[in-house]
Write a protein that binds this ligand. Structure first.
Ligand code: HEM
Length: 195
């Protein structure tokens, strides 16, 4: 039996809506060789810093915290800041974050940040070859305390049953992926926080 998109859970709709964007991003990250040397990996950490700074406030969104009680603990911004310090990377002058008032749109952005913890399992193995670990330089790639699968399933189940607007959530998820892609490709972003 084929399911129409109306019958799909929100998390599956978001996966469908961003599948191509994710593929592009994976290819781009690998094509830039961001895991091929410590120097290149520094660019990946800068990219992650910029993205996690953007989603920082969404992890404290009042309506989202109600449905995902451990939401604030899932936030990787402090970890990526520590990775920046481990690698001796300077922080940009302005402390900005995005204000995403609509809960459905914010859930879409968080889908991108939370889902990236799955791919991080593979990325962690690559960075270990460069000498970085979950206690130095690659803290933000570590699994959540309960394990990657359990954490991801709990997040998906929460957003699947919250009654979010799927169109707005997909808009947020696409915007999240595009933001990361921009940080990777637009002239300057990776140098925006370079020494
Ligand atoms: C910052 C960059 C990245 C972001 C924002 C990101 C985002 C995501 C998201 C949202 C998912 C969940 C998809 C779903 O099941 O609904 C995911 C899964 C996954 N990602 Fe990424 N990703 C990133 C980088 C990468 C890279 C570079 C790779 C590998 C080359 C990768 C490999 C994977 C894999 C293998 C999964 C599925 C894991 C599983 O189902 O067990 N990701 N990622």
């Amino acid at each position: 039996m084929t399911r129409t998109s109306d019958q799909l859970s929100l998390s599956l709709r978001l996966k469908d809506a961003t599948h191509t964007l994710h593929e592009d991003l994976d290819k781009g990250i690998m094509a830039h060789g961001l895991f091929s040397s410590s120097e290149k990996y520094r660019n990946f950490v800068k990219l992650q810093y910029l993205f996690h700074r953007d989603v920082n406030a969404a992890y404290n969104h009042v309506q989202l915290v109600e449905i995902i009680p451990d939401l604030a603990a899932r936030n990787r911004f402090a970890h990526v800041c520590q990775d920046m310090q481990d690698l001796g990377l300077p922080f940009p002058d302005e402390e900005t974050t995005l204000d995403i008032p609509d809960a459905s749109t914010a859930a879409g952005w968080l889908y991108v940040a939370e889902g990236s913890k799955l791919g991080a399992n593979f990325l962690m193995k690559l960075v270990e070859n460069l000498g970085f670990t979950e206690s130095f330089g690659a803290r933000h790639l570590a699994a959540d305390p309960g394990g990657r699968g359990a954490s991801w399933n709990a997040f998906k189940s929460a957003i699947d049953h919250a009654g979010f607007d799927p169109v707005l959530a997909a808009t947020g998820a696409r915007a999240g992926f595009l933001r990361v892609k921009n940080y990777m490709t637009a002239p300057g972003p990776l140098s925006a926080v370079s020494a």
